[in-house]
Design a protein around this ligand. Structure first.
Ligand code: NAG
Ligand code: NAG
Ligand code: NAG
Ligand code: NAG
Ligand code: NAG
Ligand code: NAG
Ligand code: NAG
Length: 361
């Protein structure tokens, strides 16, 4: 009786560690809501921190003493919509996707603010100089309804694919900065169902009873560069050959008919984020079952690990030591909208491959 009570008390005080699914390990416990982690090949760690109930979004480097510093600097993280001196062209207005690319840069997708020119952009930070040395404004590519969300690159590293949760894909020629918005309103790019979270539909931002619908969000490129995978946030993964996607930059017929080349790939669930490994397995975070799915290159989709601590896992990362990094962003849909409370956990889980070199080193 007493021993049982003792175990129960011990279990309570270390509940997170004790309860974790086999293989899942706690790497970081952070005070601030954290959406994503990127780790450079030499071990530097970068976090995108948003979804807080009280704090503005920010990009930071996580230092070895576990403190953080604004990244690349305070100025880029200083946007204030109430201050007319705040420059939306040179500050992060609304960071979403953030990841180190195959070129070693830390790329940040600024979804911007609708109607604010220069606010939607793709920002590349050189990790050697810690300075922004690539900047693509997306004004001429996006639609008025657009919300740019995440980025991946083609095998040659000269085309960026950006998801637009209004239900479209942006294809950007990184040499010229020109691009196309394709798949707009295609069935494969459009939310066909509201999102699910922990067993129920996710409330929307509209009147009582409305639900959250989010279009094309997650994207991945196969390690051989042949396929672009993509899906709306409620799941349903498609793929298209990158040769067709890249050709939309120069072929106006393909630009309007790209959706004809979409192949259904796997019936994935409501998703927080995805990543891909060197073997071409795609990891999909399930916001409903609080789990991570694995989708093989053959399209076989199974649950890899489930744990109630995997609360809205978002921008995942794969390291060379074959670990999947899982930031549980802890978005809690409800009265405050999609906002999270701390503490915020980042977990790791063992997998059988490292990163795909064309995705991140
Ligand atoms: C930083 O946090 C990690 C994970 O919690 C821990 O293992 C490490 O000891 C911490 N480092 C310092 C210097 O506190
Ligand atoms: C934003 O700008 C307004 C107007 O200049 C100012 O009153 C406010 O304090 C600023 N907010 C922050 C967080 O700096
Ligand atoms: C918006 O920015 C683009 C470049 O990003 C520029 O060409 C255009 O003139 C700007 N439009 C307005 C209305 O300022
Ligand atoms: C980053 O800057 C360094 C120093 O200027 C340069 O040598 C390097 O090529 C840059 N990195 C990339 C990816 O361009
Ligand atoms: C991007 O633009 C450059 C310069 O015009 C061109 O050489 C290249 O073929 C373009 N890339 C694609 C994928 O269209
Ligand atoms: C998930 O739902 C269960 C059942 O309603 C509830 O007990 C639990 O607190 C929920 N978890 C979160 C994080 O909302
Ligand atoms: C454009 O793409 C279509 C479909 O693949 C193809 O039939 C056509 O020949 C292409 N046009 C050009 C100019 O390459």
């Amino acid at each position: 009786m007493m021993a049982g009570l003792f175990v129960a008390l011990l279990g309570l005080s270390t509940s997170l560690a004790v309860a974790l699914a086999p293989g899942l390990e706690l790497a970081y416990s952070l005070n601030r809501a954290t959406q994503g982690i990127s780790i450079s090949s030499d071990g530097r760690k970068f976090l995108s921190q948003r979804y807080s109930t009280s704090d503005p979004p920010q990009a930071v480097e996580l230092l070895s003493d576990n403190s953080t510093r604004l990244y690349p600097n305070a100025a880029w993280n200083s946007y204030n919509s109430s201050n007319p001196d705040s420059n939306p062209r040179r500050t992060f207005v609304s960071i979403d996707g953030a990841r180190i690319g195959p070129d070693g840069r830390y790329w940040l997708v600024d979804g911007g603010s609708q109607g604010v020119n220069g606010s939607s952009k793709l920002v590349g930070v050189n990790l050697t100089t810690d300075a922004v040395d690539k900047l693509y404004y997306l004004d001429s590519i996006i639609a008025s309804s657009s919300s740019v969300d995440d980025v991946r690159f083609n095998a040659a590293g000269d085309v960026a694919y950006l998801s637009d949760t209004a239900g479209a894909l942006l294809v950007l020629n990184m040499t010229t900065g020109h691009g196309k918005r394709v798949l707009a309103n295609d069935d494969s790019a459009t939310a066909w169902y509201p999102m699910m979270y922990n067993g129920t539909l996710v409330p929307g931002y509209g009147p009582s009873g409305n639900t959250l619908q989010v279009g094309l969000d997650q994207i991945e490129v196969s390690p051989d560069g042949v396929y672009l995978y993509y899906q709306p946030c409620n799941g349903g993964l498609y793929r298209i050959k990158t040769a067709f996607v890249d050709a939309t930059l120069t072929n106006s017929t393909l630009e309007t008919t790209l959706g004809d080349y979409a192949e259904p790939f796997a019936l994935t669930p409501s998703t927080g984020g995805t990543t891909i490994d060197a073997n071409g397995n795609i990891y999909v975070s399930d916001t409903n079952l609080l789990a991570i799915w694995k989708v093989t290159p053959e399209g076989r989709a199974t649950v890899l690990v489930q744990d109630n601590a995997l609360l809205w896992t978002d921008l995942m990362w794969v390291t060379a030591d074959k670990k999947l990094w899982l930031p549980a962003s802890q978005m809690r849909p409800g009265a405050n909208g999609l906002m999270a409370k701390g503490p915020n956990y980042i977990f790791t889980y063992p997998i059988e491959a490292g990163p795909a070199p064309i995705d991140h080193a």
